[in-house]
Design a binder for this molecule. Sequence first.
Ligand code: SF4
Ligand code: FES
Length: 231
Amino acid sequence: MSDVFLLDGEQVPFTVGQTVMAAARAAGRYIPHLCWHPEFQPHGSCRLCTVKADGHFAAACTLAARPGMTVDNRTAELDDQRRTLLQMLFVEGNHFCPSCEKSGACKLQATAYELKMMTPHFDHFFPDRAVDASHPDLLLDFNRCILCELCVRASRDADGKNVFAITGRGIKSHLIVNSPSGRLADTAMSLADRAASVCPVGVILAKGRGFVIPIGERRYDRQQIGAAEEQ
Ligand code: SF4
Ligand code: FES
């Protein structure tokens, strides 16, 4: 038998050891998130999933559910904070949605729609980041990286390859490729790897198949992000 907690006033069942995020997702409830994915250990870095649990801010993806706890999720205060986080992510990278292959299937874009982010609010950084087109089957466009570390976890834990890593601190944090040359072509990465398909934005892209699914018919064009399956 499972216990329950209250999420925005509604009962959510959970089993011992389950996080608030995992239990909510299993119950069909949406807590905004970017770095969480059901296949991988939670990372707790993007903070989009911050909720108020019994009056205290906590990341839902790392917070263990407790019987009878009261969790506020989609409140105006929390969604406001989430919008600010999204705005910071949008200005920190170069996100040109209309020309991005991932448009309509991008979690960052879909979450911004869900949270009704209307403007970037902050000044754009316009960082200068070179793409890595060295691999025969895959392209890396670092301009869109939101540092969720899903590719790091997928390559390490699912593929057993450790192709990616995050280096640097704070504003200098960035994604690198673990090879002597720093190029993807000099790793064991393949198109079939889980890391090749896990990126929630448009960094890791398959070459040679642009816009196979037309804009308007993509994952988040068809379903709002809260109702869609994790990709
Ligand atoms: Fe996350 Fe994609 Fe950046 Fe990897 S490349 S850290 S999956 S945004
Ligand atoms: Fe919880 Fe990113 S989804 S911190």
